[in-house]
Design a protein around this ligand. Structure first.
Ligand code: G3P
Length: 303
């Protein structure tokens, strides 16, 4: 699995690149805002064009840097995609344009399909696209059909959505134990079925309480962000679809492991989560004992 860093902060990109583990960078308007705010807090100004050029150079030739458009209509998005691509791709030949799968804000549905139109149009212009804000397998299939190079399912936000619907309190970085949630759902379902065993199957099938047990903790049949990524990978493999899956909106190290197990092509990971991946108390304990056990005869080798 490739590791992208999900940030626009240059110091984080430089640091993670120095560890030799970065295969690419993803940004979005919120991450750009965070980078600008962090610099302002240090009374530093940002020169956006120079900043992005440095990101492209730091990550290096051919390692994708995703930059997102800011408009929500077809014509404007195409214009912005071309500006971003032509301004920055010459630096290190690594620009990918981020296009939302659907630019509608849930109220005015007139721009529902503009994202798809832009994805296919940019594909015809050979501008690589990373389709963002993917929250369902159905959206991921459409993104691939339209010619996306990358599809970014937002795993953490799906976990948030499921937990919020269940009224479960959580902090942003908390791990979502979807296996536990699944077990709770199954138990409820079997208890319910037992209660209704005397009823004809059609009435059990139509029973709203039974249905609630089956749909328990699910969003359109998807039980977690990891579940969403797994489903997309399965669909892409079924049809030999070349679009690469970027597991995005990653919140903790355990989620990264689950994305790798699921077979995600890429995980785009915030800097703090990449840092979290390195630690283990037994590694620290091991280091202490190795240092304590170094005998003078062995140290002499290095003099
Ligand atoms: O990669 C997408 C990411 O930046 C969104 O993350 O944590 O805001 O859901 P988050």
């Amino acid at each position: 699995m490739k590791v992208f860093i999900d940030t626009a902060k240059l110091d984080e990109i430089r640091e993670a690149c120095s560890w030799g583990i970065v295969d690419g960078v993803t940004t979005n308007p919120s991450l750009i805002k965070k980078a600008v705010d962090a610099l302002k807090a240090k009374s530093e100004n940002i020169e956006m064009e120079a900043h992005i050029k440095q990101i492209c150079e730091t990550v290096g030739e051919g390692k994708p840097v995703s930059l997102e458009v800011i408009s929500l209509t077809r014509g404007k998005m195409i214009e912005e995609a071309e500006i971003l691509y032509h301004k920055f791709n010459k630096i290190a030949d690594n620009i990918v344009i981020k296009i939302p799968i659907n630019t509608c804000n849930g109220e005015d549905t007139t721009s529902d399909y503009d994202g798809l139109k832009v994805i296919s149009e940019l594909g015809r212009k050979d501008i690589p696209v990373n389709v963002t804000l993917i929250m369902s397998s159905e959206q991921a299939l459409l993104a691939a059909k339209a010619g996306a190079k990358y599809a970014s399912p937002f795993a953490g936000r799906i976990d948030d959505y499921i937990r919020k619907n269940l009224d479960i309190k959580f902090e942003k970085q908390d791990y979502f134990d979807f296996c536990l949630m699944e077990a709770i759902g199954e138990q409820r379902f079997y208890e319910r079925i037992e209660d209704t065993s005397h009823k004809p199957p059609q009435s059990v099938y139509l029973d709203q309480e039974t249905k609630k047990c089956i749909d328990f903790a699910k969003d359109k049949g998807i039980g977690s962000g990891v579940g969403l990524v797994k489903s997309i990978i399965k669909i892409y493999r079924n049809f030999n679809i070349k679009t690469e899956v970027i597991a995005a909106s990653i919140r903790n190290a355990r989620q990264v492991k689950e994305m790798a197990e699921a077979g995600a092509d890429i995980a785009t990971i915030p800097f703090n989560v990449i840092r979290e991946m390195i630690g283990h108390p037994k590694t620290a304990e091991g280091i202490k004992s190795f240092v304590a056990d170094v005998v003078p005869e062995y140290s002499a080798l290095f003099r």
